[in-house]
Design a protein around this ligand. Structure first.
Ligand SMILES: NC(=O)c1ccc[n+]([C@@H]2O[C@H](COP(=O)([O-])OP(=O)(O)OC[C@H]3O[C@@H](n4cnc5c(N)ncnc54)[C@H](OP(=O)(O)O)[C@@H]3O)[C@@H](O)[C@H]2O)c1
Length: 475
């Protein structure tokens, strides 16, 4: 791994050149965050909130997989924690080994994924080490990020919208060899250029959530948001919500941000949102019991939104909490409005009063990740400095389980980064001019508490290997 890191950090390493990288030896094994098939019953009988990812996630030494046609092996400098890492680690709603088994039945090549351990993680920033037969666009040495859409594309159903491919999978969740590791295996068409004004850890955090929020809000496959739209954003400083807020602002809309603390409300305001609701301070109780919702609370919530928008309702509701909020979301959408949902964190059996949907001609749209094109467009916005990573804290690979635990508990802000091969934060920036222009926005979530931003990069482009860098996160 040291030879790989030296090649990556060498001042001569260029994003175009195979140069040193083709001659760098690939090791036989690598360190990776895993769950184990023989432990999937370990939390039986416990409530969701009592299942502790620190018990189920392991740091293992695992063999390097063979690189197949159309694939790339990437040296991972940094990765990130997504909520799917929480689902995997608590084996909910199902252990991911079922996904791997099903995938393994597809082909000889896919069989590699069906193992007694699952290397997880659906984001990465790093450098291509090897490519398989048939890969022409990407060469060893390319500095990349990866989106997490894995598709076979053998069926015509996915040819307009790659998310509709019947063999669509989320890499590192429904496939093996994910990004929370020193090496990762991806399909080469998951690769996209690394935004060069960002550090490795900043570049690593956006792929999954930014692409998902982009399809939900901006794409015609989602809500197709327009200038001037009011958009209600649940969890506006969470992984998805922190990007949704930026996409709405960048698209000329008005985000109505819902969060659960004053510090999160302040983060929304610093991002440029003026309409912010602290749901804890305002004490909304949409459910009076496990069975019953209180429509008076939906109405109180709707009045609060109108207070903030000058009397208007929301054109779009950006939904993901699910059961707890869905009744309110359907109620507060304007006549003809859209509720766009991609998840059900608080429960997947939603209940709402259908009279408010059909009589007011509202629509509910299901959305899931993003197709190739949407993921590419979402990354392009990051690369141009229009949308910024919301990295708050970075953990070493060894402490990934703690980071997943923190996301499970909801005590994080924005995104949590994980350093894999990168020896410290702050490395990997090549476009210092673009970075300087957007530094405040790039570092807005640092410290996670609306305290003044700081930059972890050194003024020099790259520091020598092993040097101690400035970390400005407080854990
Ligand atoms: N389908 C897809 O492609 C896709 C992609 C990404 C994520 N997801 C799913 O989307 C969900 C959110 O992901 P994320 O990365 O944004 O997670 P996250 O970083 O934990 O943020 C979610 C935020 O939602 C808010 N929230 C959670 N439970 C809530 C509740 N009961 N009522 C109101 N607000 C609530 C919280 O904010 P406050 O406490 O501040 O209100 C939380 O910070 C997860 O279930 C994830 O698996 C799906």
């Amino acid at each position: 791994m040291r030879q790989i890191l030296e090649a990556i950090e060498s001042p001569d390493a260029s994003s175009a050149g195979a140069g040193d990288f083709a001659s760098v030896a690939v090791p036989e094994s690598y360190r990776a965050i895993t769950v184990h098939r023989d432990e999937t019953e370990m939390f039986q009988g416990l409530e969701t909130e009592d299942k502790d990812p620190r018990k189920s996630l392991h740091l293992d030494q695992v063999p390097v997989p063979e690189v197949g046609p159309g694939e790339a092996l990437v040296a991972v400098m940094a990765s990130s924690v997504n909520y799917n890492s929480v689902w995997t680690s608590i084996f909910e709603p199902l252990p991911t080994f079922g996904f791997l088994q099903r995938y393994g039945r597809l082909s000889e090549l896919a069989k590699r994924h069906d193992l007694p351990y699952h290397v997880i993680g659906s984001d990465l920033a790093g450098v291509v080490l090897r490519t398989g037969p048939g890969v022409n666009t990407w060469r060893p040495g390319a500095r990349v990020v990866a989106h997490c859409l894995s598709v076979e594309l053998e069926s015509p159903e996915g040819h307009d919208d790659t998310m509709l491919d019947p063999e669509q999978r989320i890499w590192g969740f429904e496939t093996n060899f994910g990004g929370l590791a020193e090496l990762a295996l991806v399909k080469a068409n998951q690769l996209m250029p690394k935004p060069e004004h960002l550090t490795w850890e900043e570049a690593a955090v956006s792929g999954l959530v930014n692409s998902t929020a982009y399809r939900q809000l901006v794409s015609p496959n989602g809500a197709g948001m327009k200038q001037g739209d009011n958009v209600l954003i649940w969890g506006a400083t969470g992984g998805l919500g922190s990007y949704a807020t930026q996409l709405v602002l960048a698209g000329g809309g008005t985000p109505v941000c819902v969060v659960s603390s004053p510090s999160k409300a302040e983060l929304c305001r610093r991002a440029g949102a003026e309409a912010v609701i602290d749901r804890t301070a305002e004490g909304y109780r949409f459910w009076t019991s496990d069975e019953r919702q209180d429509p008076r609370e939906w109405k109180r919530f709707g009045r609060r939104i109108r207070d903030l928008t000058g009397g208007e309702d929301v054109d779009v509701v950006f939904e993901h909490p699910g059961r707890e909020t869905f009744g309110a979301s359907v109620y507060v959408a304007r006549r003809g409005g859209v509720i766009i949902t991609c998840a059900s964190t608080s429960g997947f059996r939603h209940e709402f009063d259908n009279r408010y949907l059909w009589m007011s001609l509202k629509r509910i749209i299901g959305s899931h990740f993003a197709n190739y094109r949407e993921a590419w467009q979402a990354n392009r916005l990051i690369a141009k400095g229009r949308i910024h990573p919301t990295l708050s804290t970075t953990y070493p690979l060894e402490e990934t389980a703690q980071a997943v635990h923190d996301v499970h508990r909801g005590i994080h802000h924005g995104k949590l980064g994980v350093l894999a091969l990168a020896p410290r934060e702050g490395l990997g920036v090549r476009d210092h001019e673009l970075r300087a222009r957007h530094l405040d926005a790039i570092t807005r979530y640092r410290n996670g508490d609306a305290s003044p931003a700081c930059d972890v990069t050194d003024a020099r482009p790259e520091l020598p290997l092993g040097s101690i860098g400035g970390t400005c996160h407080a854990r």
